[in-house]
Design a protein around this ligand. Structure first.
Ligand code: MGP
Length: 239
């Protein structure tokens, strides 16, 4: 698969630890957790490694959203597609009529498109290059009544681990309030993938009284990787 397409110079498929920059070696060691098909030619930029949702977590989230969303919501918008981990899992779930994936870095978008081909789901995803807030308002607005929005935003880098409670008000470049306000204009069904140490009081402030917003930790080998908050009255069934 990797031989079918020429990768631009910013994209790598590292095969040996010696080739991998030191600050991403930790992630490279977990490459099969991130992409079980890594050896089939998965592409990443060096910056994209930090934000990839591990494949078992992405699959679990995709299953939960599919089961919890109302039946008329058959479109999934992935606002920060990155290298494609979540979009691929949504497409593989087979639940959505269409997955719309937005990424503003053109090189990272190429990785996502390529990785979707590796996983055999490229034909199930429509890709957009650009700012998610703009694209949602301009190109996706007609889909709003049928859509669920998932966002795995940047958390300001791996430094998020330094805080025992992560302040979502100062998250860079988009705060929790910015994300929630912008996405809620588009759809009331919003799922956010956030640091496992996120300040739960800050998440709770956005909850509407008649619509509880479950928070789910997603774990691997007994440790939380991240949490999702489900805003908008999802009927979350645990399994
Ligand atoms: P981590 O804490 O950097 O790694 O990221 P890990 O493997 O828990 O560290 P260790 O202490 O166990 O070695 C954990 C998960 O958080 C990653 O797998 C990503 O899914 C997610 N993640 C990390 N960052 C920095 C981001 C980010 O900026 N945005 C998003 N959306 N996810 C991130």
């Amino acid at each position: 698969m990797s031989g079918d397409e020429e990768a631009p110079p910013e994209i790598h498929h590292y095969e040996n630890r010696g080739e991998v920059p030191w600050d991403i070696q930790n992630y490279w060691c977990q490459r099969y957790d991130l992409f079980s098909k890594y050896d089939e030619g998965v592409w990443l930029t060096d910056d994209a490694w930090f934000g990839v949702t591990p494949e078992p977590v992405a699959t679990k989230i995709a299953g939960h959203i599919a089961r919890a969303a109302p039946s008329e919501r058959k479109v999934l918008v992935d606002a920060f597609a990155g290298a494609g981990g979540n979009s691929i899992a949504f497409a593989r779930s087979g639940h959505w009529k269409r997955v719309y994936a937005i990424e503003k870095d053109p090189v990272v978008l190429r990785c996502a498109q390529h990785n979707a081909k590796v996983y055999g789901v490229a034909d199930k995803i429509t890709w957009f290059l650009g700012d998610c807030f703009e694209i949602i308002k301009s190109q996706l607005k007609d889909l709003a009544p049928y859509s669920v929005l998932f966002a795995s935003p940047p958390w300001g880098g791996p430094g998020y681990r330094g805080a025992s409670v992560f302040d979502l008000r100062t998250m860079e470049p988009y705060s929790l309030n910015t994300l929630y306000t912008e996405f809620s204009l588009f759809t009331s069904y919003v799922v956010l993938y956030l640091p496992r140490t996120s300040d739960l009081n800050q998440l709770a402030k956005l909850v509407k009284d008649d619509q509880p917003a479950p928070v789910m930790h997603y774990c691997m080998r007994g440790a939380s990787k991240a949490l999702c908050v489900f805003y908008g009255g999802f009927q979350l069934q645990l399994s």
